[in-house]
Design a protein around this ligand. Structure first.
Ligand code: SF4
Ligand code: SF4
Length: 288
């Protein structure tokens, strides 16, 4: 889809009219830090928040509330006439809307979808309200900590994938002439999140989205780094002693699936990432 790129100095009608129309019919993708923030605000456990209010193991917020006049359902956190019930714990996508944040090759940029400012679809009255710069808007939304979480989880995505690479490239599997592992990576890159969630299975979905991390912190970077260590420990525990090529294949595919599921929750292009990883593996001797 076409996007309009923005600088932090761009001035836009970013004063929300608070009609709440954008809390209907949207896809809000989540990372594990965002589930934790939601659960604290809602005063439930992370597992309860994930199970009651999320889809696909936790990477997407459920929109199963009442319908608007276009037949679009409200977010599970939306309360009629009151708005967002978890405003202080809302995720990055909601903090930035109508803007989005794209990350490519370690650079991030702000943009909106299409060539017309999104709020004008339902809230044309924003044109009458004060305008502000993109930079001031992001500051006012207190999006900084959530952006740090997103950046850190992109690093973790790559770290999980690196385990999948090692299981293929450093175990003798690729040297054995294996071709089915990269073929499976390609299939996974095209899989819908509901299919990928089933493929990954409950145990690894829970490690990924609702990790058991005691001593939780207010700092998203520290939390994400602890989560990274936790995931790598689990991989070591599960795959440290495997020996057969079939086991190595399955473990490599599982780790790439976990990394891509996280990528989906970060709003990344999973197909493009899978293709990039396949080319990288091939350049290190893997076969397809
Ligand atoms: S569409 Fe824009 S102006 Fe309308 S409620 Fe959403 S953010 Fe506010
Ligand atoms: S979390 Fe809150 S702000 Fe975000 S879509 Fe749901 S109700 Fe709206």
């Amino acid at each position: 889809m076409q996007t309009t790129k923005l600088t932090k100095e761009d001035i836009l009608p970013l004063t929300c009219s608070r009609s709440g129309t954008c809390c209907f019919g949207k896809a809000v993708w989540l990372n594990p830090w965002e589930i934790l923030c939601f659960s604290k605000e809602k005063k439930v456990t992370v597992r309860e928040f994930r199970d009651f209010y999320c889809e696909f193991g936790g990477i997407k917020l459920r929109f199963d509330g009442k319908q608007d006049n276009k037949g679009q359902q409200a977010c599970s956190q939306y309360v009629d006439n009151a708005g967002c019930s978890v405003h202080l714990g809302r995720p990055l996508a909601c903090r930035l809307y109508p803007l989005g944040r794209q990350i490519q090759f370690n650079n991030s940029e702000y943009m909106y979808q299409g060539d017309q400012f999104p709020c004008l679809n339902d809230c044309a009255e924003v044109l009458e309200l004060p305008k502000m710069s993109v930079g001031d808007y992001i500051k006012a939304q207190e999006a900084g900590e959530f952006e740090k979480a997103q950046d850190e989880y992109l690093i973790i995505m790559q770290n999980i994938a690196d385990v999948g690479f090692a299981l293929l490239l450093e175990s003798g599997l690729s040297e054995s002439g294996d071709t089915k592992t990269l073929a499976a990576w390609r299939i996974i890159g095209n899989e819908a999140p509901e299919v990928l969630a089933v493929r990954i299975g409950q145990e690894w979905i829970d490690y990924l989205m609702i990790p058991t991390i005691t001593d939780t912190t207010q700092n998203p970077v520290v939390f994400a780094q602890k989560h990274n260590e936790y995931l790598l420990e689990k991989a070591q525990e599960k795959f440290g002693a495997i020996q057969t090529f079939e086991e190595l294949h399955e473990a490599s595919v599982l780790m790439i699936a976990v990394a891509l599921h996280l990528a989906k929750g970060l709003g990344a292009d999973t197909k493009g990432i899978a293709e990039h990883w396949i080319e990288t593996a091939k350049s290190h001797g893997a076969l397809e």
